[in-house]
Design a protein around this ligand. Structure first.
Ligand SMILES: [Zn+2]
Length: 249
């Protein structure tokens, strides 16, 4: 309970001032809440786009590596072909059967080398095809996300520029609204607002319940609140109970 030793300002005026401040702060909370979601969405999209860009550049590197492999294999097959031609010439001039057969084995080896190279080239070409399909999908998603980002950024710019004026006006209003509230009470108000989830530090009693935590406020306590002799807080949540709303309202 926040007691009221001073008699300078009536409690009812203090409560009125607190309610007014709460009204302004709730509007400021709302502006920041609306704006609060969009920057996060923009950041998420930027992260997603960066991820796709890394993926595309990785694909490009992988395809370049596969093309290098193909080039090397083509060169190896060409070299083997050249060797075969040389061996075949040598075979014309052998002195005996043993030399002929030895060269024949070399020729077989080079033919095998060519077969392996051709197989590897086909494999690499197939890998490139797969990756190209994959890249096309990723690039499409990247383009879509970039459009989304552009839209969200536009939305955010509009909201920020729209609410900037409202925010400034409310901040000015807030300065005036907090002025008549004594330091001690203002500190308590700020502390309570920081402790509760919905930012409401000052509430009214509605249908016998605290407007902040919805726990029941006993009749005697309600009578004390209505009397406005001292500032009364909710015994459950600590929020200031400024008034009791009419039951038939
Ligand atoms: Zn409460």
């Amino acid at each position: 309970m926040i007691s009221n030793p001073s008699t300078e300002t009536p409690v009812s005026s203090k409560l009125e001032a607190l309610l007014n401040l709460q009204r302004i702060d709730s509007q400021l909370d709302e502006i920041r809440r609306v704006r609060g979601d969009l920057p996060e969405e923009v950041r998420d999209l930027e992260d997603e786009i960066a991820g796709y860009e890394v993926r595309v550049s990785k694909f490009d590197e992988e395809i370049a590596a596969l093309n290098d492999q193909i080039k090397q294999r083509k060169q190896a097959a060409k070299d083997a072909d050249g060797l075969i031609k040389r061996y075949e010439e040598q075979q014309q001039n052998v002195r005996n059967n043993r030399e002929y057969e030895a060269i024949g084995k070399e020729i077989e080896l080079q033919k095998l080398e060519i077969q392996i190279s051709e197989k590897k080239i086909k494999e690499a070409q197939y890998q490139i095809e797969l990756k190209n399909t994959d890249i096309a999908g990723t690039k499409q998603r990247l383009e879509d996300r970039k459009k989304d980002l552009e839209n969200k950024k536009g939305e955010l710019d509009v909201i920020v520029s729209e609410s900037e004026a409202d925010e400034k006006k409310l901040m000015d209003e807030r300065g005036g609204a907090s002025q008549p509230i004594e330091e001690r009470l203002l500190t308590a108000y700020t502390r309570i607002r920081g402790n509760v989830r919905n930012g409401l530090a000052v509430v009214t009693v509605k249908r016998d319940a605290c407007g902040g935590c919805f726990n029941t406020v006993p009749p005697q306590r309600q009578a004390d609140i209505i009397a406005h002799k001292k500032i009364i807080v909710c015994e459950h949540c600590g929020r200031v109970l400024a008034d009791v709303e009419a039951r038939n309202a």
